[in-house]
Design a protein around this ligand. Structure first.
Ligand SMILES: *Cc1c(COP(=O)(O)O)cnc(C)c1O
Length: 464
């Protein structure tokens, strides 16, 4: 073995200890770490011939780059829909790198992490109250989960007219409908060759982001000759609005369409006795997307794609490796290799498995209810300020708001707030106007963080 690697392996204890110290420094002080970095210039480090070794490399990183790491898993990072990292999830993710399994293999041939992945999916469905009617697997994020579900939907759509899309290519016959799809659904249409401009937009209910089911029925009638894929939102990113899944499932009795539910973060309201009704009927979906790196608070990149088991043959014809012909019943001799877009994959199930075992139903119920309580509290603080107003009602864990008297200064105000590095929020457009969006997903957030945020905003507003 090359001497450098021999030294490294002999020094593993020290190396992992140093990683542990760096981890503790970040995680234990995360409340004081900046949520954004003003000076993003980085010192280039030259590639050397001889190599520095891991400890020296870690030292270089600490000195030059660590300060650029923002507190995105911290309690006041409310941009996008950013989950945190629980201790169990970090432990699982660290060990994922250590075990370095390639979760694609065919059962019984070497690596069997795929069996644990299936077991994790079973437990995950139990958390969400879903029946074991779905084949599930891990992908990098909800974007890829949407892509996966919609790819199988596309295969199904082709089959309705005896067309094998995976072999023959798209023929443009499929009609994809949605009311307020996430941008990743549009991106999936591009990647799938359906074409993003071919999306058929369904009207929303008045002042809502949820689909107007009557308008949907009209469109279904209009396109009765075509195979239809319906993309349903179970939690829109701005106002966390839910399409009426139960009413849509009723329509399935009259019309033949594929129901895909993008429940990237909204799926976790299944953990809340108070809000799980929003998902009523979702067990009848053909495919479902759920992100674990959001409300499950595991590190990036982790999401689950669920597809009904009765569509397994369609799923395999979509993702089968042509050089490894798939024989027999897809549920026997199971291999992720033929079910998902990626071939080689890391053992992404482990952080989720460990989280589910470590925190149970009560743990995740508490994360969801705490996030909703934090959004409420944030909303009350807005109502107590004469310079701010809500730009949409707070349905669950996201708050959209703006400056009251000078809404055109909202974007500038947000930039000034973010620049101070204590809180981070992102801008969004609501009916064409800029709003500030705060999304509560992180289990660490407590009321004091909301107080800090409003102290920051009050001070910035005073200087505006
Ligand atoms: C976040 C999100 C996505 C995209 O997820 P990534 O994890 O960023 O790929 C899709 N749909 C919804 C509703 C989301 O909230």
């Amino acid at each position: 073995m090359f001497e450098l690697f021999e030294n490294e392996l002999n020094n593993l204890d020290n190396i992992l200890d140093q990683v542990k110290r760096n981890s503790l420094d970040f995680l234990e002080n995360i409340g004081d770490k900046p949520t954004s970095i003003a000076d993003q210039a980085i010192v280039p480090i030259s590639l050397t011939d001889e190599g520095a070794g891991t400890l020296a490399g870690l030292d270089l990183f600490s000195r030059h780059y660590e300060k650029l790491m923002v507190a995105s898993p911290g309690p006041r990072y409310w941009g996008f829909v950013t989950g945190g990292t629980t201790p169990a999830a970090i432990a699982g993710d660290w060990l994922t790198a250590v075990y370095d399994q390639n979760t694609q293999a065919i059962q019984g041939e070497g690596d069997v992490s795929g069996v644990i992945e299936q077991e994790t999916i079973r437990m995950f469905c139990d958390l969400l109250g879903l029946p074991h009617d779905f084949m599930g697997g891990f992908v990098t994020g909800a974007t890829m989960a949407n892509f996966t579900g919609l790819a199988v939907a596309r295969q199904w759509a082709g089959k309705q007219t005896s067309h094998d899309v995976s072999r023959e290519g798209v023929n443009g016959n499929v009609a994809l409908m949605a009311a307020t799809p996430h941008s990743s659904v549009i991106k999936s249409l591009s990647m799938l060759g359906i074409g993003s401009s071919n999306l058929i937009r369904i009207d929303t209910l008045k002042d809502r982001e949820a689909i107007d089911v009557n308008a949907l029925e009209e469109k279904l009638k209009e396109h009765i000759e075509r195979p239809v894929i319906l993309n349903c939102s179970a939690g829109t990113v701005n106002t966390v609005d839910f399409d009426d899944i139960q009413a849509i499932v009723e329509l399935k009795k009259k019309y033949n369409f594929w129901l895909h539910i993008d429940a990237a973060f909204g799926g976790f309201v299944a953990c809340s006795p108070e809000y799980r009704y929003l998902l009523n009927g979702w067990e009848w979906a053909d495919s479902i997307t759920i992100d674990c790196h959001k409300w499950l608070n595991v590190p990036y990149d982790s999401a689950v794609s669920l597809v009904r088991k009765e569509h397994s043959r369609l799923q395999v014809s979509t993702f089968q490796n042509s050089n490894a012909p798939y024989l027999g019943d897809p549920s026997e001799n199971f291999s992720y290799l033929n079910f998902l877009p990626e071939n080689s994959r890391r053992f992404r199930a482990l952080p989720v498995w460990l989280s589910l075992v470590a925190y149970g139903r009560t743990g995740f119920e508490s994360i969801v209810s705490n996030s909703i309580a934090m959004a409420r509290r944030f909303g009350e603080c807005i109502q107590n300020r004469d310079y701010l107003e809500l730009s949409a009602p707070i349905r669950l864990n996201v708050v959209c708001f703006r400056l009251k008297k000078s809404p055109e200064k909202t974007a500038e105000f947000l930039k000034m707030v973010n620049r101070r590095g204590k809180i981070f929020m992102t801008p969004t457009l609501l009916s064409g106007n800029v709003s500030i969006r705060a999304a509560f997903v992180n289990y660490r957030t407590v009321e004091n963080d909301i107080d800090i945020a409003f102290r920051e905003m009050d001070e910035v507003f005073a200087t505006l």
